[in-house]
Every structure is written in structure tokens, then in C-alpha cells.
Design a protein around this ligand. Sequence first.
Ligand code: 9WO
Length: 251
Amino acid sequence: MLNFHVISLFPELFSAVRDSGVTGRAHQKGLWACHCVNPREHVQDVHNTVDDRPFGGGPGMVMMYQPLKDSLLQIRSSIEDSARVKVIYLSPQGTPLTQAKVAELAQYQHLVLLCGRYEGVDERFIEAHVDEEIAVGDFVVSGGELPAMMLMDAVVRLIPGALGHQASAVEDSFSDGLLDCPHYTRPAVIDGMAVPAVLQSGNHAEIAKWRRQQKLMRTASRRPDLLAQLELTKAELDWLTEQRLVDMKTE
Ligand code: 9WO
């Protein structure tokens, strides 16, 4: 069973991932749990403050070291083998989250997710207590909670039994390092637009080939950075080169 320990000033937000959809069902099945700790429960001063003004000046506030450390100590004392815990800080300065990293994190029993607010967290807490700083994209939101829930969702759906059809996790986008192919459902024609004929041919070898080609084409045109990391066959490379020439002529 996978346990998320979330440090957040807004623990109520996590009901979204806990109660709804695939992650909600997996939670009901007991495949994962979410334990929230609010740093506000661990403030020592009378004014109940978790943030303070930044050294060096400038706008905004910084989350203080001590309430975060006491939150983490509470979490560590609740875990039997505290050695097998990874502490993750969600921030735009982190390493980009990839499907490979998601699969790695799905192997853990305990993941601590630190969610910052304001301008961020006192850097000394990150240096002393954070194992990994992770970004879910090159953008800024107002706190680490939504990025944390994205990470949780991505990890939970890889837990065996979380998805209805166990094949779907293996077959979805990125399992082969490529973007996904287009999908269609009934009716076969709508507003004058037909489903590609090959998908109605019943020829499963041809369908598999078409899907592979669609994935390659989409990845080449939308995410050439992903394609560069893959080992393609000579036939696939030749086919792509052809397609790209066709693309250039038609554009
Ligand atoms: C807020 C702010 C206000 C005034 C001037 C400068 C400022 N910087 C920030 C800021 O970056 N706040 C962050 C909010 C601090 C860390 C938690 N927050 C956060 C995490 N925003 N976006 C993320 C995030 C995490 C993972 N992947 C993408 C974005």
C-alpha cells in the first residue's frame, strides 16, 4: 500500500484526488492512503505564523523552517521504517516529472509531498530535509497542492488494480515513449467527418501498424525532443523521413 504524507496549509484540497474518479476508487479499495499535516498545527509563536518576510527584502513571504520541520518529524515518527521514505518538494525549480519517474515513485511505500505557498520555502529546509525537487511543468501556480495532486494521480493509476482494465496503464501514452494515437467512437460519420477506414477494416495487423505510424508522426511533429530519445527501427526512420518530406510539401 502506498502512503502519501502531505504537508500543506490547505489539506481540504486533497479531497479532490482522494474522492473522485480512478484515484477515488483506488482509495476506496485501500490501494493508497493520504495523510495530511498542516504546518499551522506546529507553530510555536503566539501569532500562529507559518511565514515571515524574506531576508534581503522584496515582496511577499517565505514559509518558515520550524513548522515544516515539526510537520516532517510528526510524519517520520508515524512511519516504522523511516529510512524508506522519499521527501519531495513540488516547485517550478524542480526536475521535470516524467512517466519514468512516476513509475519509479509508484514503487515506494511512503512519499512525503511538501506543498509550498507564498514565495516558497526557506532554502535551508530544502537542503536539509528534501530528497527531490520536482516540477510538473514550466509554469507557476499559487501553491504546490495542485502539482502534488497531479503527481499523486499519475502515480496512483500505476498501482496494480487501480485501473479497471489492467492493460490500459501499459498501453497508454508514454508507455512506449511516444505520444498517443487518435481515438474514435460511434457514430462512424458525424458532421461529415468519417472515422479512418482502417479502424473499421477488422484487420488487426493493419490497425496496429496505423496506430504506430500515427504515434510516430504526432511525436515527430509535436515533440521532436521525445523522438530524439527513442531507438527506432530503420523502417520507422525511413517512413518518418518520407512523411516529413510529404508534410513539408503540403504545408
Ligand atoms: C510567488 C511569488 C509572489 C511574488 C513574487 C514572486 C513569487 N514567486 C512565487 C512562487 O513561485 N511561489 C511558489 C508557489 C513557491 C513554491 C510553491 N508554489 C508553486 C509550486 N507554484 N508553482 C509550483 C509548481 C510546482 C511544480 N510544478 C509546477 C509548478
